[in-house]
Write a protein that binds this ligand. Structure first.
Ligand code: MRU
Length: 366
């Protein structure tokens, strides 16, 4: 999507320098910084410390990490070591393991001297496929927005609430939850977005708001607790969120606080959709609450807030008393029964084993 009118992906291979580059998201929206990822340590840190984040982008970054690794040591030992180190960087987003497996499974079958070239090609393919999946999510999600717009008076806005950043910054391009929004704007449907700030890391405040600003999409930033109130007062037509891992039974793991939004949406008859490319489905898992590992992050993210200080520098301030410990589960699971539908690159389906099986029959086990 666009930054100051210029097209960017969130990660790319720079042909001129031969380096993988990313938008370093730690500094947005206050500073736009592009950095090179060179060593395995760079790639691992970029995922672990959230220079890049969002399930699809984490997967795309891991694919490039393996590709770069193969350029200096394409041995099985190095491949396995890199797989292990990268796989440990973040535990919840399944796209990480998916991309690492895609790379390793392909590389295992080919000669060591051919691996660097093949890994590079495969990483580019994984990145391009992510873009196409997210574009198609937008095409299918647009139909949902069109139906809601058709029930309104001409010109009346469709109010969409979203949580965290499931935008183009969380993918290679387009975003998952945001792709239907971008497509709606392109189709001339007036939309207005309620952007949850998304404590503690504030991905909504920092990143989704920045995306909406960059594309002139009307929006308001709201505190995480405002959503239920807005739904009670008819100010939300639709919720669309992303996911870090969706189970074969349709349970959806996403940024902490998503579950509460789904409960409020259910109580107020507001449609609650989850947008995802198929690599976000973990076909080995059924019960999301019991089986998905939830990342516990540093409590410093809860007790402190990062932002722009009056002198223009970016800094962190403590908001809790000295000595109060924080607890920081980064994700929660919304059971499929609270989800109106899953928007995938193949279409929209029920968040159930049957719904997913209809769209992905090849994944149904015998
Ligand atoms: O901790 P983050 O910022 O990586 O969490 C991101 C989310 O929870 C997104 O909603 C999810 O990855 C879907 S992104 C298209």
């Amino acid at each position: 999507m666009k930054v100051d009118g210029k097209h960017f992906r969130s990660i790319w291979f720079n042909q001129d320098t031969g380096r993988v580059q990313i938008i370093d998201q730690r500094w947005l929206p206050h500073e736009f910084r592009v950095v090179d990822l060179v060593t395995r340590a760079d790639f691992a840190a970029s995922i672990r410390d959230m220079w890049v984040r969002g399930a699809p982008l984490i997967g795309a970054t891991a694919a490039f990490a393996i590709a770069e690794e193969m350029k200096h040591d394409a041995s099985d030992t190095n491949l396995d070591e890199a797989w292990e180190e990268l796989n440990q960087t973040r535990p919840t987003a399944i796209n990480l393991r998916w991309a690492l497996n895609e790379m390793r499974d392909m590389l295992r079958d080919i000669d060591v001297q051919d691996r660097a070239a093949m890994a590079h090609k495969k990483a580019l393919e994984i990145n391009d496929e992510d873009v196409e999946c997210n574009r198609m999510i937008g095409v299918h999600g647009l139909e949902i927005i069109k139906k809601i717009a058709a029930r309104k008076k001409p010109g009346e806005v469709v109010n969409i609430l979203t949580h965290c950043n499931a935008g183009w910054l969380a993918t290679v391009d387009w975003g998952t939850a945001t792709s239907p929004m971008y497509h709606a704007v392109q189709a001339g449907i007036p939309v207005h977005i309620w952007v949850d700030e998304t404590r503690p890391r504030n991905q909504g405040a920092l990143l989704t708001s920045w995306e909406m600003n960059s594309h002139d999409i009307p929006h308001h930033l709201i505190v995480d607790n405002a959503g239920g109130h807005l739904m009670q007062h008819g100010q939300v037509d639709l919720v669309i969120v992303g996911t870090d891992r969706t189970t074969a039974h349709g349970d959806v793991c996403n940024k902490i606080g998503t579950y509460l939004k789904a409960l409020a949406a259910k109580d107020n008859n507001v449609p609650f959709y989850v947008a995802l490319p198929s690599p976000t489905i973990d076909w080995t898992v059924r019960d999301g609450v019991a089986e998905i590992p939830i990342e516990e992050r540093d409590d410093n993210e809860v007790t402190h807030v990062q932002g722009k200080l009056p002198d223009g520098s970016i800094g962190s301030v403590q908001i809790s008393p000295d000595g109060t410990p924080g607890a920081n589960p980064a994700f929660d699971v919304t059971p499929g029964r609270l989800v109106t539908g899953l928007i995938t690159e193949r279409g929209v389906c029920a968040a159930s084993p049957e719904g997913l099986a209809k769209l992905f029959p090849e994944r149904v086990q015998g």
